[in-house]
Design a protein around this ligand. Structure first.
Ligand SMILES: [Zn+2]
Length: 253
């Protein structure tokens, strides 16, 4: 069936000036993509081409973003939707890249109801319907395969927010029972909080213990970067993410 959407996408892909060699160079600098098959690589390049066409990448505070860095950002941002569809990245238009961690002011209410003005440094941020904001330093740090990847983290928040607010409960596919998702994530969230309270080491970045949405974003980083660690610590969460992303990044026993 003819579809305007696919016709338009084919035109964008056909008009792209990026050569396969240039994509290959960007891919080779990202250990995260090592395990992809040729077919997956081809699809990821297509999503990344659409990404560079649809989203504006804006570097601020004097940062100069070269085109290979832009391709690296696009490839990583599209990895979570590799087996979904580009439509999953709808609803926001730009990526803002700071040279380094940036400072944000916000207000927070404590348990006594007192509002505090807080100033803190962040490596990434995602506003509902707003831009995806990342720092270049953290993007570079994310190239190691260590479970830390600010782009995957912020894109996870974007996917999470597709059904309203980011709350750790993204729109699930029709064949995914809500109860299984909630059970897996609630147990793991409680577990990491207990470990943290007891002063024990946590299998994921302790930031995951902050809120359910941060748990989902941190678990997404681990799922793509260090799947064996996530599968070992929280196999049910791993399985839910594999169903959600439609990716099976390692062989399960
Ligand atoms: Zn976050």
């Amino acid at each position: 069936m003819w579809s305007f959407k696919y016709w338009r996408r084919r035109r964008i892909l056909a008009g792209s000036a990026v050569s396969q060699e240039e994509w290959k160079q960007a891919e080779e600098s990202l250990p995260l993509l090592e395990g992809l098959t040729d077919d997956e690589r081809r699809r990821l390049r297509e999503w990344a081409t659409l990404f560079l066409h649809e989203k504006s990448l804006e570097s601020v505070q004097g940062l100069v973003l070269d085109s290979e860095a832009a391709r690296r950002i696009a490839l990583q941002a599209c990895l979570p939707i590799l087996n979904l569809d580009f439509d999953w990245l709808r609803g926001w238009a730009s990526v803002i890249i700071y040279p380094d961690a940036f400072v944000v002011d916000h207000e927070e209410m404590d348990s006594a109801g007192v509002v505090h003005r807080i100033r803190e440094a962040r490596s990434g941020e995602s506003w509902d319907r707003g831009p995806l904001i990342i720092s270049s330093t953290d993007v570079d740090a994310g190239r190691r395969r260590d479970g830390y990847n600010v782009i995957l983290h912020e894109v996870a928040h974007k996917l999470d927010a597709l059904n309203g607010v980011a709350d750790g409960f993204p729109p699930l596919h029709g064949d995914m029972p809500r109860e299984a998702w909630t059970r897996a994530f609630t147990r793991a969230f409680e577990d990491i909080n207990q470990k943290l309270d007891a002063g024990h080491e946590t299998p994921l970045d302790p930031y995951a213990a902050e809120t359910p949405e941060e748990f989902f974003a941190v678990a997404t980083e681990a799922f793509f970067e260090i799947p064996e660690v996530l599968a070992g610590a929280y196999p049910d969460v791993f399985e839910q993410l594999a169903r959600f992303y439609r990716v099976w990044p390692l062989k399960m026993p």
